[in-house]
Design a protein around this ligand. Structure first.
Ligand code: ZN
Length: 148
């Protein structure tokens, strides 16, 4: 009866974080991915936090460019200071979600991506300067810092 060792354990953890605009079904699927992920950075609640961080970064009104900046500490909490890390976490979760849940979360992330692309500047020297340049959100200028 090995199956009984699994299942119920999921519910001993804190309940799934609510995410505005996502169905209960998708929120449960996200919670499951977070719970079962072996990734240190993908912990329960990480997706909700990543979305909030991404939204907050893009919040300043106006047309002035925004600049991602490095986090000063690499722990799972402080890493969110770097908005690119928030986007990394979202990507990680998206890739692990079942089709319908992925489509629903992707819809929100794509809307934020469009603003991010619009408000940040391309880094022409990304190949030399940035880390993880295979991911487009890392190929943006970081100079100037993230200021309000
Ligand atoms: Zn830290």
């Amino acid at each position: 009866m090995r199956a009984q060792q699994h299942g119920p354990r999921i519910w001993e953890e804190p309940p799934p974080s609510r995410i505005h605009g996502l169905s209960a079904r998708t929120i449960l699927a996200i919670h499951r991915v977070e719970r079962l992920s072996g990734d240190y950075y993908v912990f329960p609640g990480a997706t909700a936090r990543a979305l909030r961080r991404y939204q907050a970064f893009l919040q300043p009104p106006g047309r002035r460019p925004l600049y991602p900046q490095d986090a000063h500490c690499s722990c799972s909490g402080c890493s969110f200071d770097d908005v690119r890390h928030a986007r990394d976490v979202l990507e990680e979760v998206l890739q692990r979600l079942p089709f319908r849940a992925r489509a629903e979360l992707k819809h929100q992330v794509t809307a934020l991506d469009a603003v991010y692309l619009d408000r940040t500047l391309p880094d022409p020297f990304a190949d030399r300067r940035q880390w993880r340049v295979d991911l487009w959100w890392h190929r943006r200028l970081t100079v100037g810092g993230e200021t309000m």
